[in-house]
Design a protein around this ligand. Structure first.
Ligand code: GLV
Length: 327
C-alpha cells in the first residue's frame, strides 16, 4: 500500500478518505512538525498532503526519493519549489476555486474594518475608555463611492470586484494579463498601469500571486506614490509588501492605514505593526470559513488520490513534470 503523509491537522473525513486508499501518517495537532522529523516521516512516502506553512524545497526532496505528488491545501504554492518538483518528475497540486468567495468576502470585511477603524473602536471599548458618544469619534473613510485599485485579477480579484460594485465603488485593476473586454464590461472595471493605480486609488487591494517577480511589489517607492489618505489591503502573500517599509509609511503618515491578513516571515510578523493603531491585523485567515477549509482539505486529498492512482489530478500546477519522469 502506498504511504502518504499529511503534514498538518485536517478534518476527520479527510483522513478517513485518504485511509481508504493509502497508509496514512498524519500530524493531527495544530503545530507544525519540525523539519528534520518531517523529512524522517517522508523518506519512504509516496505523497504529501501539505500546507502553506511547509517549506518543500530541493534539499527536502533530495532526501525523500519516493515522493511522486505534493498536494498543497491552499491555492497559493509559493511554499513549494515547483521547479525542483518538476525536474524530479513530481506532481504539484493546489486548491483553486473552492476558496474564491470566502476570500473575497473577507477582503471586503477587512477593507471596511480598516476604513472604518473597527478594531480600534473595539480596543477602545474593551479598555473601558468609552465614556461618551461624540461627533468626531473614530472618524473613518467611506468605502461606498471610493476608488478601489485591485492588483491581481484572477478569480479572487474578480470576485472582489463583483462585491465592490455593490458598494458603488469606482474599480481600477492591474494585472500581468489584462482580462477580456467583455469581462471588464461585465464587472465595470478599468485596466490601468501600476503607477496610475497606486496614484488614483483610495484603497489598494493586493490579491496577486507571490513569485520572485512580485517580491516587494509594494515598497517605499510605491507607498510614496499612494495618496496620504489611502488604505492598503494585503490579501495576497507576505513578501509582496516590504513590511519594514510599510511600518515606516504607517508611522510617518505616508498612507493612512493598512489592513493585513498576510506578512513577511509569518507568524513572526514585523513587531512594528503591533503598536500601530492604523493597522488592522489578522492571522492569515481569509479562507477560514468552516465550509471552505473543509472543501480545501477534501480537494487536496482528492488530488492526492488521483495523482497516486495514475490519473491526472484535477488541480495539477506543473504539467511539465511528465517530461522528467524516470523510465
Ligand atoms: C491561502 O492563503 C491559500 O493560498 O489558500
Amino acid at each position: 500500500m502506498k504511504k502518504v503523509v499529511v503534514t498538518r491537522e485536517m478534518f476527520d473525513e479527510t483522513i478517513e478518505y485518504l485511509e481508504q486508499h493509502f497508509s496514512v501518517v498524519s500530524n493531527q495537532t495544530d503545530r507544525a512538525i519540525a523539519r528534520d522529523e518531517l523529512i524522517g516521516m517522508l523518506r519512504d512516502a509516496d505523497g504529501i498532503q501539505s500546507y502553506s506553512t511547509d517549506r518543500i524545497d530541493n534539499e527536502l526532496l533530495a532526501q525523500c526519493p519516493g515522493i511522486k505528488a505534493i498536494c498543497n491545501t491552499a491555492v497559493g504554492y509559493n511554499n513549494i519549489d515547483v521547479g525542483a518538483c518538476t525536474r524530479r518528475g513530481i506532481m504539484v497540486t493546489n486548491t483553486p476555486g473552492v476558496l474564491d468567495n470566502s476570500v473575497a468576502d473577507y477582503a471586503i470585511g477587512l477593507m471596511i474594518a480598516t476604513c472604518r477603524r473597527m478594531s480600534e473602536g473595539e480596543r477602545y471599548l474593551r479598555a473601558g475608555e468609552w465614556k461618551s458618544t461624540f461627533l468626531k469619534q473614530t472618524l473613518g473613510k467611506d468605502v461606498h463611492g471610493a476608488t478601489i485599485g485591485i492588483v491581481g485579477f484572477g478569480r479572487i480579484g474578480q470576485a472582489i470586484a463583483k462585491r465592490a460594485r455593490g458598494f458603488d465603488m469606482n474599480i481600477l485593476y492591474h494585472t500581468r494579463n489584462r482580462v477580456m473586454q467583455d469581462v471588464e464590461q461585465k464587472l465595470g472595471v478599468q485596466y490601468v498601469g501600476k503607477e496610475e493605480l497606486l496614484g488614483q486609488s483610495d484603497i489598494v487591494m493586493l490579491i496577486l500571486p507571490y513569485t520572485p517577480e512580485t517580491h516587494h511589489f509594494i515598497g517605499a517607492q510605491e507607498l510614496a506614490m499612494m495618496k496620504p489618505s489611502a488604505v492598503l489591503i494585503n490579501m495576497a502573500r507576505g513578501g509582496i509588501v516590504d513590511d519594514a517599509a510599510l511600518v515606516e509609511a504607517l508611522r510617518a503618515g505616508t498612507i493612512w492605514s493598512a489592513g493585513l491578513d498576510v506578512y513577511e516571515n509569518e507568524p513572526r510578523l514585523n513587531p512594528g505593526f503591533i503598536g500601530l493603531e492604523n493597522a488592522v491585523l489578522s492571522p492569515h485567515i481569509a479562507s477560514a470559513s468552516e465550509s471552505t477549509r473543509y472543501a480545501m482539505a477534501m480537494t487536496a486529498a482528492k488530488n492526492l488520490v488521483a495523482a497516486l492512482s495514475g490519473e491526472q489530478p484535477p488541480n495539477l500546477v506543473n504539467p511539465d513534470y511528465r517530461n522528467h519522469l524516470k523510465g
